[in-house]
Design a protein around this ligand. Structure first.
Ligand code: ADP
Ligand code: MG
Length: 307
């Protein structure tokens, strides 16, 4: 290969907002036929806001938000930031929630633990609190009552992410958060298809939420991998590769880093975490998914020049 052409490609990439680890990276994109997209922070903005607080009978809404908010304050997850901010500022009255304001001063947390892909736990105000997926509660032997489970399912069917709140061995509530699909995501998926690539959605989030987002941006239901634990994202990439696909992965989170490294081509959102940027071969500086298509187009052009 002529190093000059690769260097030119690298320079052109910088102009487009693509940082390339090394000129040889452009070669890896040649065979790519499948693009795996993370959901939160990649297809969506990742800036979530608290939407609703549902509670079990005889449970105070503010107490649910106060304890969950204190615990989530210690986590960097986009869901956690939305819950913590909601607890601090209160949220405007919404159709399905009663009105509430700030839950007051932030409570201290002891023994905070982040359970990757499932949620968080810790002691707040003398209570053993869990916030996260139903599976996090299941693993602690805590059942979500039918009434709360039904509200959770409905919120998810409408595209919101719902997490359960439990303390002292009892499920007390469900809080919902939502973030918006980026304006550019649907167009980006169309462009990737035009380049002959198969778009795939890969997320730790709930299946219903994942399918709602997939429908909005134009990804086929057959190519939605949901409720995938961070350590299993790598397995999904390997499985696609075992089918003979050359896989590009686009992600932003700590939970995407291993998958970015295993993919034939790793594209990190410049708006994402350092772990993702370090693991990727390319960085999309502005976090605009359309630039992923630009990167593939650029590398094809650069390599055509070399031929
Ligand atoms: P994604 O792949 O969409 O970036 P994650 O793997 O980070 O998602 O999280 C998967 C799921 O685990 C979330 O949708 C949520 O239900 C739960 N979860 C993870 N971290 C937290 C947290 N700090 N608070 C509440 N729920 C969480
Ligand atoms: Mg993410």
């Amino acid at each position: 290969a002529t190093p000059t052409a690769l260097m030119v490609g690298t320079g052109r990439g910088a102009q487009l907002g693509i940082l390339i680890k090394g000129p040889e990276v452009l070669e890896s994109t040649r065979r790519v036929d499948t693009v795996v997209l993370d959901k939160t922070g990649t297809i969506t903005t990742g800036r979530m806001t608290l939407q609703e607080v549902y509670v079990a009978a005889d449970t105070d809404e503010k107490q649910v938000l106060r304890l969950a908010g204190a615990l989530e304050h210690a986590s960097e997850h986009p869901i956690a930031q939305a819950v913590a901010a909601g607890a601090e500022m209160g949220v405007p009255p919404l159709e399905r929630s009663r009105e509430w304001g700030s839950t007051g001063p932030l409570l201290a947390v002891a023994g905070f633990e982040n359970v990757a892909g499932l949620g968080v736990r810790g002691t707040v105000d003398g209570h053993e609190v869990l916030v996260g997926r139903t599976r996090l509660l299941d693993e602690a032997g805590v059942a979500l009552p039918d009434e709360l489970a039904a509200l959770k399912t409905r919120a998810e069917a409408e595209g919101r992410t719902a997490v359960a709140v439990a303390w002292d061995g009892v499920a007390r509530g469900v809080v919902t958060v939502a973030d918006a699909v980026k304006e550019t995501s649907a167009e980006a998926v169309r462009e990737l298809r035009t380049l002959g690539l198969t778009p795939v959605l890969l997320t730790g989030d709930n299946r219903t939420v994942a399918e709602t987002v997939a429908r909005r941006v134009g990804i086929d239901e057959a190519f939605v991998f949901a409720e995938v634990l961070p350590q299993d994202k790598v397995e999904v990439i390997r499985r696609l590769q075992a089918e003979g696909r050359a896989v590009a992965m686009v992600g932003d989170g700590v939970n995407d880093a291993a998958a970015l490294a295993v993919a034939d081509l790793g594209l990190a959102m410049g708006t994402g975490t350092d772990a993702a940027i370090e693991a990727g071969d390319l960085t999309l500086v502005r976090g605009d998914l359309r630039v992923a298509a630009d990167a593939i187009r650029l590398s094809r052009k650069t390599l055509a020049t070399i031929k």
